[in-house]
Design a protein around this ligand. Structure first.
Ligand code: SF4
Length: 335
């Protein structure tokens, strides 16, 4: 494939650039723009939707994504479209979630090797051993896991609904997989005993209390917003703790001009457009898995309909049961 650089950028490309000019220099955008145009043309040819996770680089998030947000919300939105193809700009477990919910659609990911330290932290054998060790104790599994782990679980959860899900089971203890820090953060908010696994997000585990205190000293009054995959000590030190979607909602009522989002680096770049008055202090911790997703790979996947994500049907059906059970908890009165 050859791409010709336009001399006169189209008004559509200028409209997109207006959204990201704070984080992408003009000379870089001039390299991205022809690829963005070609991806958006091919989407129509392929009847495809592109899902852009909150941690994508701005040229993907604002340039080519039809839906943006967290992985479960994106998969639900894609399921409800009449697209033939879902191209998930995120990591592998996220694309699997889209496939679990949309078995009749072709689900693609730009890079099959885009993994996740949490998702990779546990095997099916590990879950089966835990179930043997704690017979009858329900298994609650965070969405950041492969389909095969979800299929072994009683119910899934997100970082936003984890406490409600744990308490919905009517059990005095649960096995909570695989994020140790999320498990400990949930345990602080419930009387249910939480048996945790030792998985960690390699991005969120890097943040420290000392670092946050240093930012507070440097920017008096700064609003600190953390993701619950951070350690309980970091969450305790923060003003607000929430999922990526919860963080975005919180920005609408952030009381300070200076904000630090204690999460992956691209998040602040992507929300800046909607909050031009806020000044984001960026600790810039990058997820190497998320950053495997580029415009070039996105174009290649769409052009060649390659990097298809497949989930065996028996696994998909069992994983779907755990996901749907979680969605039901969200619909219950009081949740
Ligand atoms: S940010 Fe953490 S949880 Fe998200 S994909 Fe990267 S390693 Fe996994």
């Amino acid at each position: 494939m050859s791409i010709t650089l336009e001399r006169e950028p189209s008004s559509e490309m200028e409209r997109i650039y207006d959204k990201i000019r704070g984080s992408v220099p003009r000379f870089e955008w001039e390299m991205h723009a022809p690829i963005v145009e070609e991806i958006n043309r091919l989407k129509r040819v392929r009847n495809a939707v592109i899902l852009g996770h909150n941690y994508m680089v701005p040229e993907i998030f604002h340039g080519v994504s039809d839906f943006t947000g967290d992985s479960l919300g994106l998969s639900i939105e894609a399921r409800d479209t009449d697209a033939d193809v879902i191209l998930f700009c995120g990591v592998h477990f996220m694309a699997e979630t889209a496939k679990i919910l949309s078995p009749d659609k072709t689900v693609l990911i730009p890079d099959m090797d885009a993994g996740c330290s949490l998702s990779d932290s546990i095997s099916v054998e590990d879950v089966r051993l835990l179930k043997e060790r704690y017979p009858g104790v329900p298994v609650v599994t965070y969405m950041n896991t492969p389909a095969a782990i979800k299929a072994e679980s009683d119910i899934c959860c997100t970082s936003a609904n984890a406490v409600s899900v744990v308490e919905s089971l009517g059990s005095d203890r649960v096995i909570f997989l695989p994020d140790e820090y999320l498990a400990r953060n949930v345990a602080r908010e419930t009387d249910v005993e939480v048996i945790a696994w030792h998985g960690r997000c390699m991005v969120h585990e890097q943040f420290t209390v000392d670092e946050i205190r240093a930012y507070r000293k440097q920017y008096p009054g700064i609003e600190v917003i953390a993701h619950p995959e951070c350690s309980p000590e970091v969450c305790e030190e923060s003003d607000f703790v929430g999922s990526t979607t919860g963080m975005i909602r919180h920005l609408d009522r952030a009381p300070s001009k200076h904000v630090i989002m204690v999460t992956e680096c691209s998040m602040a770049d992507n929300v800046q457009e909607a909050h031009p008055d806020l000044e984001f202090v960026k600790p810039c911790t990058i997820c190497p898995h998320m950053k495997k997703i580029s415009l070039e790979k996105t174009l290649s996947a769409l052009e060649n309909l390659e990097q298809e994500v497949v989930v065996p049907e028996d696994v998909r059906v069992r994983a779907l049961r755990a996901v749907e059970r979680m969605i039901e908890v969200g619909r219950s009165p009081g949740n």
